[in-house]
Design a protein around this ligand. Structure first.
Ligand SMILES: O=C([O-])CC(=O)C(=O)O
Ligand SMILES: [Mg+2]
Length: 387
């Protein structure tokens, strides 16, 4: 058994939306395929992966460094002890050979994208959905019912409050009971008006989370905290610079409600610093580390160890990114749920075609691997890359 090829293509996932920091007019994503010589159910096993929105495709790094380290490795060194499957941890170590620590930059996105494909292949070779493989690996009971929330509420040219309300109503109609909108891309008064409009629309049917995308300095973050704490929000997300832990801790003093952050922390060391210095509260706050941006599941398992050392339950994690990889981690390892973008970043995000959101939850179908084969528009572009 061996990996015979690793291929990458960079795809546009552009749209006219904008958060408080960036617009998505030139956004791209890397799609990768890890091709093996293993056959299951009459088909060659190919693992697929892609990176989450927000960071651009990583074709340069993948093609110049990480792909070759996999393909140049002695094939047996990438397998588990008895040679019956790939070993994602050993492959990860090969990919990261000759890489210094720290300065995670976007190398973590390149490795996270490949890691997703490697786990997809590994679970397919094992003949199991990834969430069951993970639960078995950890001696846990899988829970295929996963909480999901609808992320959107972007700034969009010409979008007024009634369009924002209609968007949110659409999410409720599709079964969600938590919705998220952007803040920090307008004045505080205008954002207050947007929030009140959404709260009026969703009433008691749903809760609202707000996301500042790291835009605020300390003074603005606190001013928003004082405004936001008047409302029963689900969370106040990414207030200031993702690496400014002192800011996060200072805002906590003004915001008794739940806060969320972590989508732009790309390593277990950064996660540890957040828990050490960020004033985050394990009884109410949420951690959003996204394996597809942060060195993959091999690294995410280390992050979960860091959480345990600091008294945090995995159920406080609701990853960023809206992809099926995190759904599997949630169902297999007991995370609190996963993000979803019902109207954005297609065909990459979302669920297998048979899956419906009910009461803010989905049930994972039993598809070997991550489940991409269950989503027809996605598996089509994946198979165009390699099959
Ligand atoms: O707008 C983005 O970059 C996505 C984001 O923050 C989120 O989904 O939480
Ligand atoms: Mg966010």
């Amino acid at each position: 058994m061996r990996i015979v090829d690793v291929v990458e293509t960079t795809k546009p996932i552009s749209s006219p939306i904008r958060n408080a920091y960036i617009d998505f007019s030139k956004m791209t994503s890397s799609l990768v395929a890890v091709v093996t010589d293993v056959v299951r159910d009459g088909r060659r096993v190919v693992g697929y992966g892609f990176n989450s929105n927000g960071r651009y495709g990583q074709g340069g790094l993948i093609r110049e460094r990480f792909r070759d380290r996999i393909l140049e490795a002695e094939p047996a060194s990438l397998l588990n002890d008895d040679g019956t499957n790939l070993d994602p941890h050993r492959i990860w170590t090969k990919m990261m050979s000759n890489e210094k620590p720290g300065g995670h930059g976007e190398r973590s996105v390149a490795v996270g994208t490949l890691d997703m494909a490697i786990w997809d292949a590994t679970a397919k070779i094992a003949g199991k959905p990834l969430f069951r493989l993970l639960a078995d690996m950890k001696g846990k009971e899988a829970n295929p019912r996963v909480f999901v929330y609808a992320a959107g509420g972007y700034y969009y040219p010409g979008k007024d409050n009634s369009a924002l309300q209609a968007e949110m109503r659409g999410y409720l109609n599709r079964g969600y009971n938590v919705v998220k909108m952007k803040i920090g891309g307008a004045s505080i008064d205008e954002d207050r008006g947007r929030i009140e409009a959404v709260l009026k629309e969703i009433g008691s049917q749903a809760r609202l989370a707000v996301d500042a995308n790291g835009r605020f300095d300390l003074e603005t973050g606190i001013a928003y905290a004082k405004m936001l704490r008047e409302y029963p929000l689900f969370w106040y997300e990414e207030i200031g610079d993702p690496l400014d832990y002192a800011l996060q801790a200072a805002v906590a003093e003004f915001y008794p409600g739940p806060m969320a952050t972590g989508e732009n922390l790309f390593s277990h060391q950064d996660a540890r610093n957040l828990l050490r210095y960020g004033g985050m509260r394990p009884d109410r706050d949420w951690l959003q580390f996204d394996c597809a941006l942060s060195y993959g599941l091999v690294e995410y398992l280390r992050t979960l160890d860091v959480l345990a050392q600091h008294g945090w339950s995995p159920s406080r994690c609701i990853p960023h990114g809206g992809h099926q990889m995190s759904l599997n981690i949630a169902a297999g390892l007991g995370l609190g749920g996963n993000e979803s973008y019902p109207d954005l970043f297609q065909p990459y995000g979302g669920f297998p075609d048979s899956v419906r959101v009910e009461d803010g939850h989905i049930i994972m179908p039993d598809i070997p691997g991550i489940g991409f084969e269950g989503k027809s528009d996605l598996i089509k572009v994946m198979r165009e890359l390699a099959e």
